[in-house]
Design a protein around this ligand. Structure first.
Ligand SMILES: [Zn+2]
Length: 484
């Protein structure tokens, strides 16, 4: 590898690049799916290639290829330089990267069981057992199970003398039961550990075993069936809502994680409900939430799906405060955007989806830090409210301000106890008011590191894997409505 990276960087410098980096990436993805007692998919993909970024005449150029040989590396460097020169004709200002980043290091995900060395039969059998358990409930018409494993190896080298190699391993799984009322045509779904999003971490197969899919499957099927007979969630102008940790994770992802991406804020990225209400004049001044709301970007937490050693600019994994005691205090940055706002060094959030895409600012692990409440005490302390669990639908506007979320299941809380099950629960809010109404957050015991393996951003589209540590949290005066 070193001769290839050295050749690329030399070529770039000889041809006048002020800066260049190269990433050589190989990624193996294995996916297993079962449906109603049958194996639906067994897939294994492998992709390998490299991407080169250069700065020349104060502008970026990027090119990539799947052919890893000296001639091709040279051709791709020439192409990246031609693109940078063309971009320079339309630049509004020169790219500034700030202080040089020079790192020689390596990182690999710690794990106990390598999922790629286990037999397909072991993994499929676990899914089939869960599938069978879910279908014990008669109303369950479609049972599904899925496992996904990813191994990514990447080398990063730059003209600032960085050379980093990393291996990231991910394991993910999900089961779901779809129940149908044959008379009315009504459909209800229950999923575990999370909704269609899957639960995924940077860990080995031990993570899958810890999820206890088989033990939870019967309950998942029963709840899907019970939802058909459950009462509709009533509508309220204002009531108390407790969100389970997975729904809090999604709430953090959509209403904090995306709006703190500095490329979005600076207007260079606006696809997929882009832009942001967290404009630079608000940094350090704007009240984002209540004093109980503390949100960090932390690429160092064990198992997080946004945990790594170094980002795709060679910047080391870090922990950054985004919201501190309710105050908005930080963005997710790249080397370039950190200079644009005079924030000093990048906090290491640049990641690319594979070798053929240029890195953009992505969430690492965006965490709502634990509070002081036992999860049971959150309920016991609530006279009148609704517990909502597992996301089913979401929508949020361009600025990430107005949102509506729906959950798979809910329970009424009366006199400090979970009572009747409710279906089709939704809630709406405006980001700072909603987080401003948060008056209690669960403690470390109920804090789970959720993984979102399908965050879309950019044109062409890039899918990022992000993590979100979260505990159940309580919100006052929330508007609750009914899904059709
Ligand atoms: Zn996203």
């Amino acid at each position: 590898m070193k001769d290839l990276t050295a050749r690329a960087l030399n070529q770039a410098q000889v041809r006048g690049a002020a800066y260049a980096d190269i990433r050589i990436v190989s990624r193996m993805t294995q996916r297993l799916m079962v449906k109603n007692g049958l194996v639906e998919a067994l897939e294994q993909d492998e992709t390998q290639g490299f991407g080169v970024r250069v700065i020349i005449n104060g502008a970026w150029g990027f090119a990539s290829s799947s052919r890893l040989d000296h001639q091709e590396v040279e051709r791709v460097v020439v192409q990246a330089i031609a693109i940078a020169k063309a971009s320079a004709l339309a630049k509004s200002k020169d790219v500034r990267l700030g202080p040089a980043v020079s790192v020689n290091d390596s990182y690999h995900t710690p794990y106990r069981l390598d999922p790629f060395t286990l037999t397909m039969a072991d993994k499929i059998n676990l899914l089939l057992k869960a599938d069978e358990e879910m279908r014990r409930t008669k109303a369950v018409k479609v049972a599904r199970g899925e496992m996904v494993f990813v191994r990514e190896n990447k080398v990063f080298a730059s003209t600032e003398d960085s050379y980093i190699d990393q291996e990231i391993l991910e394991s993910g799984c999900n089961i779901s039961a779809l129940a149908t009322d044959m008379q009315t045509g009504e459909v209800q779904i229950r999923s575990y550990p999370n909704s269609g999003e899957r639960q995924q971490q940077t860990r080995g197969y031990e993570f899958i075993l810890e999820q206890r899919l088989e033990e939870n499957a019967a309950r998942v099927g029963e709840e899907a069936g019970a939802l058909l007979k459950a009462d509709q969630c009533p509508s309220y102008e204002a009531t108390t809502v407790i969100l389970d940790s997975s729904q809090v994770a999604l709430q953090v992802h959509e209403s904090c994680g995306h709006p703190v991406e500095l490329d979005r804020v600076l207007g260079s990225e606006a696809a997929f409900a882009g832009t942001s209400f967290l404009t630079p004049d608000k940094l350090g001044r704007f009240r984002y939430g209540s004093e109980f709301v503390n949100i960090t970007a932390d690429a160092t937490i064990p198992g997080g799906l946004g945990t790594f050693g170094f980002d795709d600019e060679g910047v080391g994994a870090q922990k950054t405060d985004l919201v501190k005691n309710g105050l908005f205090v930080g963005y997710l940055t790249s080397r370039e955007t950190a200079q644009q706002l005079d924030l000093g060094k990048s906090n290491g959030a640049m990641r690319a989806d594979g070798w053929s895409r240029t890195p953009i600012i992505r969430m690492t692990n965006i965490n709502l830090l634990p509070g002081t409440w036992e999860a049971e005490a959150l309920v016991a302390d609530t006279d009148d409210g609704i517990w909502m669990e597992t996301n089913r639908s979401w929508s949020i506007d361009d600025k990430r301000l107005n949102f509506q979320f729906g959950t798979e299941i809910a329970w009424e809380i009366k006199g400090g106890k979970k009572t009747r099950m409710l279906k089709n629960a939704t809630y709406t809010g405006i980001t700072p008011q909603f987080w401003g109404s948060c008056d209690a957050v669960g403690n470390e015991k109920s804090w789970v590191v959720w993984g979102t393996p399908n965050c879309g951003k950019g044109q062409p589209l890039q899918i990022a894997h992000t993590g979100h540590g979260a505990a159940p949290a309580r919100f006052r005066n929330v508007r609750v409505g009914v899904l059709g």
